[in-house]
Ligand binder design. Structure first.
Ligand SMILES: C[S@@+](CC[C@H](N)C(=O)[O-])C[C@H]1O[C@@H](n2cnc3c(N)ncnc32)[C@H](O)[C@@H]1O
Length: 303
């Protein structure tokens, strides 16, 4: 299936990053290479773009798009961006370049492809297997965990990662239901949420399953695990004057970015590029709903 992903806050990202011909750029979350393509054009001739994505299918599509670009070396890896420093070092060693980056982008979370393609089981609007993994070569489908975990474990995940006040009730319904009918499809989880939250108490602005799906997806992909630590290691591979941009889409992600950046700033070696995180303008939000929740923070290595 052919789905597009419109890159978020493209202009703001390109303006924040030092993208000169010959620069070394790392995109830790390649997706469909929307940002990466524009960054690559600006570092030609002589630049290097290193791209990572933990979704193999996504990486293949991105690699095809980048391969046709002129004047830049391209290295792509099927990897978690937590391995970014090692992958950058590997690519630079192979090409005989210094292993430090002028610009790094992390555009966290999901691609539109993950939402639109039912085989990922990420959207409550698409009936598909209740998998939710972006990297299907590791871990286990969300359904396996939901069919095994205790009420307390499920409640904690839905409460902490989803800010869902009905977390306990939803967890109880899941555990009760699976005694006779294990959860296998996205609709099974939607049914549990619908059974748990009384119609009169629902937040009319969002689908009742929104928070639960977000929480179970974050848990399944370990999206917040060691994120803060990873960001600090990643910032450490910046050259002097180099910039790390991070786009986050929910409060848990933004909190990790904020904490990591504060600690790095306090070390005296880094400065924040913006006083407050940037958000998308009204025109972009109107044309691309994914931009609504985006926050852009940027950190520059100052010495
Ligand atoms: C929002 S999309 C990126 C879109 C991209 N900037 C573009 O313009 O097409 C996020 C991508 O990052 C990948 N991703 C998310 N977390 C990751 C991680 N920890 N390591 C590697 N890739 C990750 C997802 O598979 C997805 O393809």
């Amino acid at each position: 299936m052919s789905v597009e992903h419109v890159p978020v806050m493209m202009k703001e990202v390109l303006d924040a990053l030092p993208l000169e011909p010959g620069a070394t750029v790392v995109d830790g979350t390649l997706g469909l290479a929307g940002h990466a393509t524009e960054m690559a054009k600006r570092i030609s001739p002589g630049g290097l773009i290193v791209g990572l994505d933990w979704d193999k299918d996504m990486l293949e599509k991105a690699s095809e798009k980048l391969a046709v670009l002129q004047g830049v070396a391209v290295r792509t890896y099927h990897a978690d961006f937590r391995e970014l420093p090692e992958r950058l070092a590997f690519a630079c060693q192979e090409l005989g370049r210094g292993a430090a980056a002028n610009a790094i982008l992390l555009d966290l979370g999901l691609s539109n492809v993950h939402i639109e393609d039912p085989s990922y089981g990420i959207s409550f609007l698409r009936e598909g297997p209740l998998d939710m993994r972006m990297d299907r070569s590791v871990g286990e489908p969300a359904s396996a965990w939901l069919n095994r975990a205790s009420v307390k474990e499920i409640e904690d995940v839905i409460f902490v990662y989803g800010d869902e006040r009905w977390a306990r009730k939803i967890a109880q319904v899941i555990v009760e239901r699976r005694k006779t009918r294990p959860l296998t499809m996205t609709n099974d989880l939607v049914e549990c949420v619908n059974a748990a939250i009384p119609a009169a108490k629902r937040d009319r602005r969002i689908h009742p399953a929104t928070r639960t799906f977000q929480a179970v997806r974050i848990h399944t992909n370990k999206e917040l695990t060691d994120l803060e630590e990873a960001l600090k290691r990643i910032a450490d591979v910046l050259k002097n004057g180099g910039v790390l941009c991070v786009l986050s889409y929910h409060s848990g992600e933004d909190r990790a970015v904020k904490h990591a950046f504060r600690e790095l700033r306090e070390s005296g070696f880094f400065e924040e590029v913006f006083k407050k995180p940037l958000t998308a303008g009204p025109d972009e939000v109107n044309s691309n709903p994914k931009a609504r929740s985006a926050k852009l923070r940027a950190l520059r290595r100052a010495s």
